[in-house]
Design a protein around this ligand. Sequence first.
Ligand code: PLP
Length: 385
Amino acid sequence: MEHLIYMDNAATTACYEEVKQAMMPFLTEKYANPSGIYKFATESKSVIDGARKEIANSIGAKPNEICFTAGGTEADNMAIKAVAWKNQTKGKHIITSKIEHHAVLHACEWLEKQGFEVTYLDVDRFGIVDMDQLIRAIRSDTILISIMTANNEIGTIQPIEQIGKIARSRGILFHTDAVQAYMQIPINVNLLSIDLMSVSGHKFGGPKGIGFLYIREKTGILPLLHGGAQEFGKRAGTENVPGIVGIGKAVEISKQTMFKRSRYELGIRDYIVRRISREISEVRINGDFVRRLPGNMNFCFRGIEGESLVVMLDLDGICASAGSACNAGMGNVSHVLTALGVPKDYARGSLRLTINDKITKKDADYAVECIKKSVEKLRGNEKEE
Ligand code: PLP
């Protein structure tokens, strides 16, 4: 394959080589169903237990608080719907923010049709939830607060510790979608008073189609899926053994590399941001400058279409995105940029670059040059050769 400059790691990441190798036996000769009681099945069961322990350790949880799911979308749906159904006699009010992933927003909208009430909190121009507004939104019938740890479009990291404390002091369950943040920044569910947390394997070097929901012990939920007794009766269905082995291995690797990776990505990111803001006119940098995931950049170029820019960058061998992967091809202005109050003539021209530690300074320079060239072309002020 031609050399790709892959700058769309928020959409998905490449599987680590070690992850593929660890998974392979469980896709081939070690195919036993972990529920079997014969010897052949014991390894399938023990690798699941091992991955569960590895994951639990990474967030300060107990293994029985980790429930494997088919990814982040399922974990978000489970956290919101399963808590709502279980707790509806206590109350039917949920608080979330306007910049959540659609897996949270659409689950909440669906619950509204079932008679629940949802408050969607505003964010400031940097994408941070206002704590006073959160406190004011709490009612006697509030059963759940769901605020993402870090945003998938602008990388903004929320004051999770403060939100957790507020929720805990009012006896309200706190869910956080940590799909983008997990393994990019340290997370301890006890220090942050998190009751439920969604994670997806393919965002940090694991395979697609596997994730987990952290569920604090004794948190009441009703399962979404009924059937067998897998996952402590919380999520029926034969376990995705290769996927679980893969996510476990990805956690083991990512945990060891997190600090070095972040430092490296920060350096490259700041270099790209500096060059783009100096060398291209009428550009906005979206999100918070400090409280931000290390590999995330989000720009808006006035007067162009972000999707056209992405297509032109593709011709130069650069993978980027105009917003989140889930909005791609829809031609809409992102709900996140709308919530930040970005003017429409800028918001339509958005570009998200999410790098990893494989991006070199040479790649960064090449990408900046391509972006400059394409923005100029799209604005119709190409220099005569
Ligand atoms: N939540 C966030 C913040 C995400 O970025 C994503 C994926 O982009 C998801 C949830 C959904 O995760 P999955 O792709 O594993 O279903």
